[in-house]
Design a binder for this molecule. Structure first.
Ligand code: ADP
Ligand code: MG
Length: 502
């Protein structure tokens, strides 16, 4: 007997449930209704176009692999969007042209770009379908054959840019004025500005990636023939290691040297990776000398960056160093207005103001708040009002997620042991000093997202293997040594509650 849509979907749900947070599962998967299955095509019903887009943006990987697991490699999925607006079975139109226009945090544009084929889907018997692709295909498209040597014909490469990031939709405020103006200047007078490199720095979620990619997009629009490439420092590093392993180091360098515009995101990730830095230094010089534009982003001012060679840091300061800071209320409000407008959703001004007043840390959280609100209003079929906003924001947004800084951890730990941070840098094997150093490293590892190399550099001036060893030691001792556990607990409390006193 054929397996029914419901049975298949239940199997999928069982897998998905184990792999995503319970709240997300409840919000995004329980409301889905499996409708029917025809050959390899499973049709599911979702309650709104927004819901559909959100699933597509956030959960396509898990959905795709789960369906393949339960239905086989040729599994296909079709959505039917049914908005309950009072009338039953009112099939909503789901406009193809809007696909991918909604900007969700963490959205990988390639998901929406290549998961759908363009079957028109306005009416119920012709639902929107897409082929379920393997998860590998869902990831960032890799640079196809990065090591091509240019021949007589100019080569073309995929710039790896997210088209949703534009300068126009990068709202200007005091917080980003310098960077944004520099971006415009670079685009309008390519290779003629002194802003080379342009280094954009600032905390997470403030728009560094957006602005850097926006420059790439504008240049590509104005000069389609220019070779533009966006790459994260991590990806650059991985590609480099692969190239070295396969004896292609020269090709790698050559590939990067033929670019017209190179955008490297999060260069702090180069910390401690000497050989990658050397290679990048080489590429950097070559591009600079040839008047090619370099754009870098970084989570710190170069003067505070640890683990990068002096010569590289000095190059970073040759052009323009532009900081992006936290946006003020007006800018936050403008960002929200724009997001709502772009998503075609009418949101009362008092609601936007309420969000702008309460979500102050960064733009990513601001967007997250708006998305939660839209999701909840869609799911519960409630109108977006100030009251609804307040109730949701209390639950969703007010989570203090700020990461501790390494400096702060160092100060709190040293303060506890009544010693100066510098003493941790000495070679002393005194038990108390070793313990303080190891605890500080352990807190840094568990409470921040810094790499072992960076932690080692800032705490104790040691290498990453020492940090690893310290973390392992503390982890073991916490299980067996009650005294250490008590110290650990006390420092942890201080870290979490003494935030303003340091
Ligand atoms: P970062 O790289 O600094 O961590 P992102 O560039 O990823 O931050 O920005 C986080 C989110 O906030 C993105 O969705 C981005 O589009 C949005 N964003 C940030 N700054 C602005 C701005 N000034 N105007 C509009 N959107 C912004
Ligand atoms: Mg970024």
């Amino acid at each position: 007997m054929e397996t029914s849509a419901k049975e298949i979907w239940n199997e999928c749900l069982a897998i998905i449930k184990d792999n995503i947070p319970a709240q997300s599962y409840k919000t995004w998967f329980l409301p889905i209704i499996p409708l029917n299955i025809d050959n390899n095509l499973l049709t599911i019903q979702v309650p709104s176009p927004f819901f559909h887009e959100y699933i597509e943006a956030q959960y396509i990987d898990i959905l795709s692999s789960t369906l393949k697991r339960t239905m086989g490699q040729n599994a296909k999925l079709a959505y039917r969007v049914v908005v309950d607006s009072g009338r039953k079975n009112n099939f909503a139109q789901n406009n193809n042209s809007q696909q991918g226009s909604m900007l969700l945090p963490g959205t990988n544009p390639s998901n929406t770009r290549h998961t759908f084929n363009n079957i028109n889907n306005n009416i119920n018997n012709n639902p929107k379908t897409f082929n379920v692709q393997s998860p590998q295909n869902q990831q960032e498209p890799t640079i196809r054959n990065p090591f091509i040597i240019p021949g007589i014909k100019k080569i073309n490469i995929n710039p790896q840019l997210n088209p949703n990031y534009t300068i126009d939709n990068f709202i200007e405020g005091e917080c980003n004025r310098l960077g944004r103006s520099a971006a415009e200047a670079i685009v309008n007078q390519l290779s003629k500005t002194p802003f080379n490199p342009l280094l954009i720095h600032g905390d997470s979620g403030l728009g560094k990636t957006h602005l850097a990619q926006a420059i790439g997009n504008s240049i590509k629009n104005m000069h389609p023939e220019k070779l533009v490439l966006y790459v994260s420092a991590n990806k650059f590093q991985t590609q480099y290691c692969d190239a070295v392993r396969s004896n292609n180091r020269n090709d790698f360098i050559h590939f990067y040297q033929i670019l017209d515009v190179l955008i490297i995101d999060d260069v702090q990730e180069f910390a401690g990776k000497q050989s990658t830095q050397d290679t990048f230094f080489h590429i950097f010089n070559q591009l600079q000398q040839n008047g090619k534009q370099i754009i870098l982003t970084c989570d710190k001012n170069p003067s505070e960056l640890k683990g990068l060679s002096k010569r590289l840091l000095s190059r970073f300061r040759w052009g323009l160093v532009a900081e992006i800071t936290v946006p003020d209320f007006e800018t936050r409000l403008n960002i929200l207005r724009q997001k709502a407008y772009n998503d075609g959703i009418n949101i009362p001004e008092d609601v936007l103001e309420y969000i702008a007043e309460n979500v102050i840390s960064n733009v990513r959280e601001l967007e997250g708040a708006l998305i939660s609100l839209l999701a909840q209003s869609t799911l519960n079929r409630k109108e977006i009002t100030l009251e609804l906003t307040k109730s949701i924001m209390e639950k969703v947004v007010r989570k203090p997620k700020n990461e501790f800084s390494l400096d702060y951890i160092l100060k709190v730990v040293c303060n506890y042991f009544k010693m100066t941070p510098e003493i941790l840098n000495t070679k002393s094997r005194k038990r108390e000093i070793v313990q303080a150093r190891q605890l500080a490293m352990y807190f840094a590892k568990t409470l921040t997202t810094n790499s072992l190399a960076v932690i080692g550099m800032q705490i104790g001036n040691r290498d990453h293997s020492t940090v690893l060893h310290a973390c392992k030691t503390i982890e073991d001792l916490l299980q067996t040594d009650k005294q250490l556990k008590a110290i650990y607990d006390e420092i942890e409390t201080k870290l979490k509650f003494a935030n303003n006193n340091y």
